[in-house]
Design a protein around this ligand. Structure first.
Ligand code: PMP
Length: 391
């Protein structure tokens, strides 16, 4: 066997995957497991989008596209951002990526040197920790605390900033807490980024999944922010297209030119017919998205109420994404122990909060991207399991 690289050895398997694999194994053995661990919508991709992909293939769109993406998709994304997000982008300011996963990787690779620092939330989607580490860049975490409604604490952010800090990552609506950062927080973040001359990477993948009249605001739309912001977004969550692998970065041309240099040596381009389907998603699938959003909201409302009625646990009402971050501190067990217990005793798969960083300890993450009926069943099982745990 060949030796592995030190760089690779430092990359752990994700805690989410570990739970998912255990849950899948149990299911294969015939156990009735309810999957609330996965951050993957349970809906089929809207028919209009699938049809666009079939038609594209039939038309013979099977070749490489420009590294940047097709002109049609770049134009459609620029138009969407201008209209929906209030930031005027030209097609040249868009790079089509293989999901936000690639956008994250390219942003770190293209703009940070070894030893430099990037401010990232804690808890967080762990790519924002491990991708910087892969490039010997230091992820410096700032806390999202329940007692602060998971809003970013500007004093803490300020205290974590050094002369090496070059980038700030924000994610709203956020994984794993489901929090939408308020306009007031975003305005403070904008002032902070300008004061310290930081690049802002804004992961807005859950932007359309907001509930109860809450509005998503892109930080790039605030005065003086487009110039320093890389907005990452994609089709995985809002259009239920996780397997299609399509996303984009929007930023001034100088940023795009940096990102594309990384992208060209990893992916060349996103799939041709997937890009054609992406155009149709943006232009025609909004009614389908709204149906999904309504259903997520119904599930969220049910689950949050049911969880808060259970003994010994509690949760805030998340305003976005499809996650509930449940406080299990009073149970006197670690989040990994509680997640294991729920899987063994209730056959409900969740993710320990510790899988998202140190601030996640004391919490478990539930995803309500599974059917309403399964959520009702999961809540009943969890209620019993927690009762037994307390007894
Ligand atoms: N960003 C966040 C915050 C996420 O939670 C996820 C998926 N769990 C991604 C990005 C990945 O997105 P994509 O499928 O577009 O790579």
């Amino acid at each position: 066997m060949f030796d592995t690289s030190k760089r690779m050895e430092a990359l752990p398997f994700s805690g989410i995957r570990v739970m998912m694999e255990r849950a899948n194994r149990m299911q294969k053995e015939g156990q009735d497991v309810i999957h609330m661990e996965i951050g993957r919508p349970d809906f089929d991709t809207p028919e209009v989008i699938k049809k666009a992909a079939y038609e594209s293939l039939e038309k013979g769109h099977v070749f490489y596209t420009s590294n940047y993406g097709t002109p049609e998709l770049r134009a459609a994304i620029a138009e969407k951002l201008t209209k929906e997000n209030g930031v005027a982008y030209a097609p040249e300011e868009i790079l089509v990526t293989i999901g936000v996963g690639e956008g994250t990787y390219a942003s770190i690779a293209a703009f940070l040197n070894p030893g430099e620092e990037v401010l990232v939330p804690n808890p967080v989607w762990l790519n924002y920790i491990h991708v910087p580490e892969f490039f010997d860049v230091k992820p410096v975490t700032y806390s999202l605390k329940e007692e602060n409604d998971y809003q970013i604490d500007m004093d803490e952010l300020e205290s974590k900033t050094t002369s090496k800090t070059k980038m700030l990552v924000i994610n709203s609506p956020g994984n794993p807490t489901g929090t939408v950062q308020s306009l007031e927080t975003l305005q403070k973040l904008a002032d902070f980024a300008k004061k310290h001359d930081l690049i802002v990477v804004s992961d807005e993948i859950y932007e359309k999944l907001v509930y109860g009249g809450v509005r998503h605001v892109s930080i790039a739309s605030l005065p003086g922010m487009k110039e320093r912001t890389i907005t990452l977004n994609g089709f995985s969550k809002c259009y239920s297209m996780t397997g299609w692998r399509l996303g984009y970065a929007a930023a001034p041309v100088e940023f795009i030119q940096g990102l594309v240099r990384v992208h060209q040596y990893v992916n060349t381009c996103a799939s041709s017919f997937v890009q054609d389907a992406g155009v149709v998603a943006l232009k025609e699938a909004e009614p389908d998205v709204q149906i999904m959003v309504k259903e997520y909201e119904r599930r969220r409302d049910y689950a949050v109420k049911a969880l808060n009625e259970m003994d010994g646990i509690s949760c805030k009402m998340p305003e976005g994404a499809f996650y509930i971050f449940v406080n299990i501190k009073s149970l006197g067990k670690t989040s990994a122990e509680v997640a294991d217990y729920l899987l063994d005793h209730a056959k409900v798969a969740t993710v320990p909060g510790s899988a998202f960083g140190t601030e996640g300890e004391g919490y478990i993450r539930l995803s309500y991207a599974c059917s309403y009926e399964r959520i009702v069943e999961a809540m009943a099982r969890m209620k019993e399991a927690f009762k037994e745990l307390k007894a």
